[in-house]
Design a protein around this ligand. Structure first.
Ligand SMILES: NC(=O)c1ccc[n+]([C@@H]2O[C@H](COP(=O)([O-])OP(=O)(O)OC[C@H]3O[C@@H](n4cnc5c(N)ncnc54)[C@H](O)[C@@H]3O)[C@@H](O)[C@H]2O)c1
Length: 336
């Protein structure tokens, strides 16, 4: 168990790491608290929500939209939410993204805290203050950058997380290792997913290390002018094929990381392509997919990172060290 603060330009976020959600509620017993969660988390952990005002949304990315926000705001009004109320989002990245956004706009801003319940939300989505909703096919089109008041990591909540979601989350952990930490990459090579699932200390150390990697990146570049862009390793192509193939996010990113690794080899002689492929497979991730290359190139040509006939790609010079390089569409076409 660890408590620590993380300071960003606009706010300090309090971390309750490896604390139970009940402990968190006790800390804020003076405040009026409203919980926001999705139907799956609500069903998996009923005791958390018992006798507490709770707004339950439908689960899934397709509900991360304005219609859900409208329903939440109606509920907040019904529950007489005022400016001193604390909204607590308990769930995966969909819940924390929506909770952060709603809290940012309701009455021009009320306090929000997150209890992430997926690996992905623990190591990525709940950290950094980015929040928002989708508009049709455009992901995260509307939103704010606004830090939560606290983050509470209750690792016991992961006991009900489906295996497919563990695998999705590990794609982001492998991404962090590739761009920022060669020792963590070696550690992942030496373990299996089941080792982390069955050993609390091993998992807790890994999640803390990953949360800190993201925290440091965001602290250095809160508004994504430089270093924060490195977190997009694998995401440029990943996003381009995610919709077409209906691939889970982690698998799409995994295919994207393979393409970015091969491009790195071509551009700078990066020698770790086989190692990355091996570790992705080891954690159950897809390394190659049969997608429509022409369609993928069309999506990439629309990407906001495009500059003329090139696109900014995140490449690796070696495992643990990433950088941004504009790559021509011709070279990308060859790599995919
Ligand atoms: N804000 C950011 O910086 C940021 C970064 C990365 C991703 N995201 C966003 O995060 C979202 C993806 O997050 P996600 O992968 O956590 O998806 P998610 O929130 O959809 O959760 C995945 C599934 O697991 C279920 N679930 C969650 N916790 C559970 C638990 N403990 N037990 C049982 N079931 C559980 C959910 O109901 C859902 O069905 C996307 O919308 C993405 O845009 C945001």
């Amino acid at each position: 168990m660890q408590k620590f603060d993380c300071t960003f330009s606009s706010a300090t976020v309090e971390y309750f790491f490896d604390y139970s959600v009940e402990y968190l509620f006790a800390q804020y017993s003076e405040r009026k608290i409203i919980l926001l969660t999705d139907a799956n988390v609500f069903a998996a952990h009923p005791s958390i929500f018992l006798n507490r005002p709770t707004i339950v949304i439908e689960a899934g990315e397709q509900h991360k939209n304005q219609a859900t926000v409208d329903k939440i705001i109606e509920e907040l009004l019904r529950l007489e939410t005022d400016r001193n109320t604390l909204l607590v989002g308990i769930g995966g990245g969909v819940v924390t993204d929506i909770a952060g956004y709603v809290a940012g706009i309701y009455m021009r801003g009320i306090d929000v805290g997150f209890v992430p319940t997926t690996i992905l939300a623990m190591v990525d989505a709940s950290i950094g203050g980015k929040n928002g909703i989708d508009v049709g096919v455009y992901k995260n089109m509307i939103g704010l950058i606004r830090q939560p008041k606290f983050l509470c990591y209750d690792l016991a909540l992961l006991q009900t997380l489906p295996n497919a979601e563990w695998i999705n989350g590990f794609a982001e952990i492998i991404k962090h290792a590739c761009i920022k930490s060669e020792p963590m990459f070696r550690h992942l090579v030496a373990q299996q997913l089941s080792d982390f699932q069955n050993n609390h200390q091993l998992l807790s150390d890994l999640i803390l290390q990953n949360a800190q990697i993201k925290n440091v990146v965001v602290q250095n570049d809160e508004f994504e002018k430089g270093d924060r862009k490195l977190l997009n390793f694998g995401h440029t192509l990943g996003h381009a094929i995610e919709n077409e193939l209906q691939l889970p996010h982690g698998h799409a990113i995994s295919v994207g990381m393979m393409v970015a690794s091969r491009l790195s080899a071509k551009q700078n002689g990066f020698a770790g392509v086989a190692d990355i492929e091996k570790v992705l497979k080891q954690y159950g991730l897809t390394v190659a997919a049969n997608y429509d290359k022409i369609k993928a190139m069309e999506v990439l040509r629309m990407d906001k990172k495009r500059i003329g006939d090139k696109i900014n790609f995140i490449l690796l010079s070696y495992i643990g060290e990433a950088y941004i390089e504009p790559i021509s569409f011709e070279h990308i076409e060859q790599a995919i």
